[in-house]
Design a protein around this ligand. Structure first.
Ligand code: MV4
Length: 495
């Protein structure tokens, strides 16, 4: 493979190109008119404008992208995440054009793209799953019968959905009919597929996902887990690896289950198997993501493996260069997503220009970003500015380093979620590891970030409500507490 086209933008386009460069592979960027001045366009060896800013006319126009790929004689297309990355039809068209799609087969994408077919495939390998309906529910009558057998509360989920879309909670049988009708109509309009199924509702679960990697010779390994429980409305905020709740035995068990999910669809390339973990450490298979994930860097930091390089090697037909027993976890990594959103204003996207943009540096700090000082944040796409990743020998060192890095990050011109991320990192529930997917809902109020009442008041309020972490050492906690107000403020706009 000599030349790869990256069918994506922003930080992930750059991230992929960097690995290509290290492998001696030349790169082609495709970009929309809104991204003409973006770093990923300049970084690429060649760059082609593929259309106006709206994604449907550029980054989602698979045919146009394939046309450019053929004209420039590229050997492979890397889809990044989002956009066309989980589109089996696109993957098939790429293949048909004689170009290598850097990802799994269209068949594996199809099977895992639909939650019911994913669960059916996983069932053959005895993967633990949340009790509920076997397949899709045909009508309200059948649904009610399964609902009463399953017990309440329960969830109605859309088979074609993902990321919580088309999911409805039902507390009592009286509400079932209404909720099912709503779920079906939502799923039909959102996905063009009204298939829904039932699962018992797991209260207060943790979201643990396993990174897997498969080659085209039948080998599949797991690269341990990522803990992604800190989410806000199904948007991940803080991710880490490893999870502080998995024992080596549970890690092995979940890892082997994830490999079996991979085997169930002859998976090739990098993929992620999502599980829920309940408070008794029971785990349940949820779904599989057939792409490179946003949070993949934390896995890279603890394993020392470049996942993009591995994707490319697998796509070239190479055998994996390591076995399961060659892999081990070194230290701990944390990632926060820096969004151009205002945490004090219901996380509304904050459009504007990065008038100041200075990234943190130093030992154990990695910034994957796609912007530079002076650049406007386009309104057409996801408002993520950067991913900030830190590594430490221990979890606490990775967290302390992250707080330090957040304090060094200087962004003005737009509001960002950095202050919110710092709030999470200093929170006792986070540092102690005793948290679940309800963390944000349970612990966050925008008032905690506002500095109008002055620094002293905030510090007092934080202590009074036992929000601040008592760090591994008293010194750390006190130092963080006494200056936290001003640090939060420093990261806000027009300071
Ligand atoms: C669940 C659940 C509880 N019980 N399924 C949300 C997104 C989708 N991937 C699955 N999701 C959930 N499925 C059962 N049977 C709770 C969630 C859930 C969740 C899962 C992971 C991370 C954050 C979440 C936030 C709310 C709900």
């Amino acid at each position: 493979m000599k030349r790869i086209l990256i069918a994506n933008r922003g930080e992930i386009a750059l991230r992929v190109m960097r690995s290509c460069k290290e492998m001696g592979i030349s790169t082609v960027a495709v970009f929309s008119e809104a991204d003409r001045g973006a770093p990923f366009v300049r970084y690429a060896d060649e760059a082609v404008c593929i259309g106006p800013p709206p994604s449907a006319k550029s980054y989602l126009d698979g045919d146009k992208i394939i046309k450019v790929a053929k004209e420039l004689k590229v050997d492979g297309i890397h889809p990044g995440y989002g956009f066309l990355s989980e589109n089996a039809e696109f993957a098939a068209k790429v293949k048909k054009a004689g170009i290598t799609f850097i990802g799994p087969s269209p068949e594996a994408m199809d099977m895992m793209g639909d939650k019911l077919s994913a669960k059916a495939a996983a069932k053959k390998y005895k993967i633990p799953m949340v009790p509920g309906s076997e397949g899709s529910i045909k009508d309200v009558k059948e649904g009610k019968k399964i609902a009463s057998e399953t017990g309440f509360p329960l969830l109605i989920k859309a088979s074609a959905g993902g990321g919580g879309k088309g999911m409805r909670i039902v507390e009592r049988i009286e509400d079932f009919e209404e909720q099912m009708k709503l779920a079906v109509s939502e799923a039909t309009s959102a996905f063009g597929d009204g298939s829904v199924f039932i699962e018992r509702y797991v209260a207060g679960p943790r979201h643990i996902e396993i990174q897997i990697l498969g080659d085209t010779h039948g080998n599949i390994v797991y690269l341990f887990e990522r803990e992604c429980s800190i989410q806000r409305r199904h948007q991940k905020v803080v991710e880490e690896a490893p999870s502080s709740v998995l024992t080596p035995a549970l890690r092995k068990q979940m890892g082997e289950c994830a490999v079996n999910v991979g085997k169930a669809c002859d998976y090739t390339g990098a993929g992620t198997v999502e599980f829920l973990l309940d408070e008794n450490n029971n785990f349940y298979f949820l779904e599989m993501n057939t792409r490179l994930q946003v949070e993949h860097p934390v896995t890279e930091m603890i394993t020392g493996i470049d996942l993009v390089k591995e994707q490319i090697k697998v796509a070239r037909g190479e055998k994996l260069g390591f076995k399961q027993e060659d892999l081990s976890i070194s230290g701990h990594a944390v990632e926060v997503r820096v969004y151009a959103e205002d945490p004090c204003n219901n996380f509304l996207p904050d459009i504007g220009t990065l008038s100041t943009y200075r990234i943190p540096k130093g030992t154990g700090v990695r910034v994957d970003d796609g912007f530079e000082e002076g650049m406007p944040i386009p309104i057409y796409y996801d408002p993520m500015i950067a991913k900030l990743i830190t590594w430490g020998k221990t979890r606490q060192e990775a967290i302390d380093r992250m707080v330090r890095a957040i304090d060094e990050y200087q962004i003005t011109g737009v509001e960002t979620t950095l202050s919110f991320c710092k709030f999470v990192l200093l929170h006792k529930a986070f540092t102690s590891g005793k948290f679940d997917t309800h963390f944000v809902k349970q612990h966050f109020k925008p008032e905690y970030l506002s500095v109008e009442d002055g620094e002293e008041a905030i510090t007092a309020a934080l202590f009074a409500s036992h929000i601040l972490a008592e760090g591994s050492t008293k010194k750390t906690a006190t130092a963080a507490a006494t200056s936290s107000g001003s640090r939060w403020k420093k990261n806000r706009t027009q300071d």
